[in-house]
Design a protein around this ligand. Structure first.
Ligand SMILES: Nc1ncnc2c1ncn2[C@@H]1O[C@H](COP(=O)(O)OP(=O)(O)OP(=O)(O)O)[C@@H](O)[C@H]1O
Length: 486
């Protein structure tokens, strides 16, 4: 059973969070169907709830239910969403799945999903795991011709290798960018290597991604056993978790490339992840040689062997950058890595703006400053600080500020005098998708802001509420680009 089939079966037995039905509205998006499941999440294909001319027509929603979790599990989940959002904010790149928005699901009629964390991501068509599984079943699902277009078997194999080499190069490109940006992915595996519509690679799932301080960072003692480097099996668990360095990703890369460029088998034998882990230890202790799949072509065998050097120190010279240069200069490279047909030239900001512009739907063109305004939308103020949610005394410490200009830093100079509190109902008339990024106390982040009306006689007639300060997502047009607070 696939993880998604498991999830469906559990939901049918009422033993897990229910699945959202097609057509269900989640923020500005409408669910199309579930497409995957992880340990803590269900991933859905979704499209804009209101058809838009701008922005992505297809996204993926990663929905992470929080209901019924023990405090420690909840802490882990929030931590994982925090890591995904932090990386999404700081390290955008065409080889990484773009994170477009994060918010909390309000679904009072579905208690198992009410309060779930939602990540809105660009949507891929499948994963490297799907490709390897399909190849293992004897299908050619990797985009290479399989139907006589190449009469010679040798040509077909060369095409297959060339295609897979380009995937390998894409994975390495993504890793090199992450490492340059000071991050370790820490959970690289075929499930987390997604494939875009144009066939390009997109690394995903940054729930364990760790920002480095100097040469290493700390992460929860988690990960996928088959991809853990030998040193992780003995790593001491400190207060901040276990230590992780970029060479952990290089080890995982070695395992992934071995599966991708050989016949799909892992390099360390064993019937279970534990047994394979024991084989890793034997090898790292020098008691067993590295036995690579003979199906892995010579150039890749050498590269995989370098990635699988037994110690951090021996792996350190083989940085993602250095491996990428070797791959690009590989003998017999028939064509340079093809740039993705779409999207490469778009900045993250543009993708983000386009995506969120989609939420403004038909009136999105209004961001240019023209066109009618939609009917006003109600937004209820949300203060993520639990202590403030209970209070009704409008304690100044629990008040929230509204900005004068959503495109300027959200500091005291940029805040109107009127304050708002958790539960206040405001009227918004338009939104901007690309203002200052705001992170709330639960580390949810968004660059979206709503323009809200202020009471008469209190100074300016409107101000700006960061989208993280409400759980509502009214269908509003984009505000004119230079809309000042009036
Ligand atoms: N942006 C996306 N576009 C298309 N499919 C996706 C996307 N993100 C995830 N998926 C699919 O959903 C599946 C579940 O993803 P998720 O990140 O929730 O968990 P996982 O990485 O498989 O497992 P875990 O994180 O629990 O180890 C993935 O294996 C992938 O097939």
């Amino acid at each position: 059973m696939t993880p998604l089939e498991d999830r469906r079966a559990a939901a049918d037995r009422d033993e897990g969070p229910e699945l959202l039905p097609p057509g269900h509205r989640v923020g500005a998006w409408e669910v199309v169907e579930p497409i995957g499941a992880g340990g803590w999440s269900t991933v859905y294909a979704a499209r804009p709830a209101v058809p838009a001319t701008a922005g992505p027509a297809r996204v993926a929603l990663k929905v992470m239910p929080t209901a019924g979790l023990a405090p420690r599990q909840l802490h882990r989940l929030v931590e994982s969403a925090r890591r995904e959002a932090a990386l999404g904010r700081r390290a955008g790149h065409p080889r990484l799945i773009a994170l477009l928005d994060t918010f909390t699901l309000t679904a009072p009629d579905r208690p198992s999903l009410d309060g779930a964390l939602v990540l809105v991501m660009e949507r891929a068509t499948g994963s490297l795991r799907d490709l390897l599984d399909a190849a293992g079943r004897g299908h050619r699902h990797d985009g290479t011709p399989d139907d006589g277009a190449h009469p010679r078997e040798a040509d077909r194999d060369a095409d297959r290798e060339d295609h897979r080499a380009r995937l390998a190069e894409g994975i390495c490109e993504g890793l090199a960018h992450l490492h340059r940006s000071g991050w370790v992915h820490a959970d690289l595996k075929p499930e987390n290597v997604l494939l875009a519509e144009d066939g390009s690679v997109k690394l995903s799932d940054f729930g364990l991604a760790t920002e480095l301080t100097g040469t290493h960072g700390h992460m929860p003692p988690m990960g996928t056993l088959d991809y853990l480097p030998p040193e992780r099996w003995r790593a001491p668990l400190g207060e901040r978790g276990v230590q992780v360095r970029t060479t952990a990703d290089i080890w995982a890369l070695g395992i992934v490339l071995h599966e991708l460029l050989g016949s799909g088998v892992p390099p360390f034998p064993g019937a279970t992840p534990g047994a394979r882990g024991a084989a890793v230890q034997e090898y790292a202790a020098g008691r067993a040689p590295l036995r690579l799949d003979p199906a892995v072509p010579p150039f890749w065998r050498e590269l995989v062997a370098d990635c699988l050097a037994p110690t951090h120190a021996a792996r350190a010279p083989h940085t993602a950058e250095a491996l990428l240069a070797r791959i690009a200069a590989r003998p017999g490279a028939r064509t340079p890595a093809a740039p993705p047909r779409r999207g490469r030239g778009r900045t993250r900001a543009a993708v983000l703006a386009a995506a969120l512009c989609g939420a403004g739907a038909a009136l999105c063109s209004d961001t240019a400053g023209h066109g009618p305004l939609a009917a006003p939308g109600a937004v209820r103020v949300f203060n993520a600080e639990r202590g403030c949610q209970e209070r009704t005394d409008r304690d100044p410490q629990c008040s929230l500020g509204l900005a004068i200009d959503p495109h300027r830093p959200y500091t005291a100079e940029n805040v109107v005098r009127t304050r708002v509190w958790h539960g206040d109902l405001l009227t918004a008339d338009c939104q901007v998708p690309d203002g200052e990024p705001i992170v709330d106390e639960e580390d949810l982040s968004s660059t979206r802001w709503f323009r809200v009306r202020l009471p008469r006689g209190s100074g300016p007639s409107d101000a700006w509420l960061p989208a993280v300060r409400t759980r509502d997502r009214p269908e509003l047009p984009g505000c004119p680009r230079t809309a000042p607070a009036r």
